[in-house]
Design a protein around this ligand. Structure first.
Ligand code: NAX
Length: 331
């Protein structure tokens, strides 16, 4: 039998946490033969509720779940973890300035970076979900200099999956037949959902999405803001933000990173830019990646037309601004 993998979920008493921990305990994230030990962190006001989640995990009697650590102590939470899913953060409340929210999250991610750096297992993989996800991941990277940058990422897989969902509905094809959509940039409304390289498996072979949809006005028009603003549409409908889809996407992200992407398929991950596609180096930016042997690699050589170029640059500009704002909160 395999040794258990320790998975940290911060903000585990929150909405996404409540949807995510049972998925991890059932093997959705790491596979049906991989035992896990869950580490759940939240803040003291949520301690009782966190303990309630722990009680439910016990009651669910998950065969793969070999232990649960539920704590408000960052060091205890981070000790020995192999995977860290950072869902905890300070939410933007009505009337709050962007800078104030940024400042709260910068201080959270700065201190959690140090705890991970000092206490997590060597080669721990980190996924930041909490918003502003890209910039929180960047702060975590900066304040955990001994964690290799290839081990730090942020979640844009939900946006990626939303794009697959929209194409699936439009073409009335199964989502499993569609691949290689791309989310470029920030997990925000400036992200660029790109279908230029996406294909659909049909009885007549693989066809480009652009050929099958054939309505460029829809692909370059409505489709893009629908994906960009899907989070807001969910809030409007549910009066709560996306949770089950975010949890599911976090599992997809880690599963593909650890176990690999299928041959010829790429997925979107927010990762440290090396300057690929002329995206400024030093930002955490969502790129198309393939994964093998536990490592991601940015897909190279995709053509970028003028329409796409503008959109890649716009979201990079927003990320540079966020980065500056985050740094201004440090001083
Ligand atoms: P909730 O407010 O339900 O849960 C957040 C939890 O984090 C709370 O239990 C809170 O007590 C805890 N927390 C706060 N500060 C903490 C700290 N310093 N250490 C540990 N825990 C802490 O929010 P939820 O709906 O679960 O969303 C969580 C985060 O995910 C938010 O930042 C949200 O904006 C972000 N999202 C990111 C998405 C993505 O695709 N990247 C999509 C979904 C979601 O909007």
């Amino acid at each position: 039998a395999k040794d258990p993998v320790r998975v940290l979920v911060t903000g585990a008493a929150g909405q996404i946490g409540y949807a995510l921990v049972p998925m991890i305990a059932r093997g959705v994230m790491l596979g049906p033969d991989q035992p896990v030990i869950l580490h759940m962190l939240d803040i003291p006001p949520a301690a009782e509720s966190l303990n309630g989640v722990k009680m439910e995990l016990v009651d669910a009697a998950f065969p793969l779940l070999k232990g649960v650590v539920a704590t408000t102590d960052v060091v205890e939470a981070c000790t020995g973890v192999n995977i860290a899913v950072m869902v905890g953060g300070f939410p933007r409340k009505e009337g709050m300035e962007r800078k104030d929210v940024m400042s709260k999250n910068v201080s959270i991610y700065k201190s959690q970076a140090s705890a991970l750096e000092q206490h997590a297992a060597a080669n721990c993989k980190v996924l930041v979900v909490a918003n502003p996800a890209n910039t929180n991941a960047l702060i975590l990277k900066e304040f955990a200099p001994s964690i290799p940058e290839k081990n730090i990422s942020c979640l844009t897989r939900l946006d990626h999956n939303r794009a697959l969902g929209q194409i699936s509905e439009r073409l009335s094809v199964q989502v499993s037949e569609i691949k290689n959509v791309i989310i470029w940039g920030n997990h925000s409304s400036t992200q660029y959902p790109d279908v230029t390289h996406a294909t659909v498996k049909t009885p007549a072979g693989e066809k480009p999405v652009r050929e099958l949809v054939s309505d460029d006005a829809w692909l370059n028009g409505e489709f893009i803001p629908t994906v960009q603003q899907r989070g807001a549409a969910i809030i409007k409908a549910r009066k709560l933000s996306s949770a089950l889809s975010a949890a599911s996407a976090a599992c997809d992200h880690i599963r593909d990173w650890v176990l690999g992407t299928p041959e010829g398929t790429f997925v979107s991950m927010g990762v440290y830019s090396d300057g690929s596609y002329n995206v400024p180096a030093g930002l955490i930016y969502s790129f198309p990646v393939t994964c093998a042997g536990g490592e991601w690699k940015i897909v190279q050589g995709l053509s970028i037309d003028e329409f796409s170029r503008k959109k890649l640059d716009l979201t990079a500009e927003e990320l540079s601004e966020e980065k500056n704002l985050a740094y201004s909160c440090l001083s």
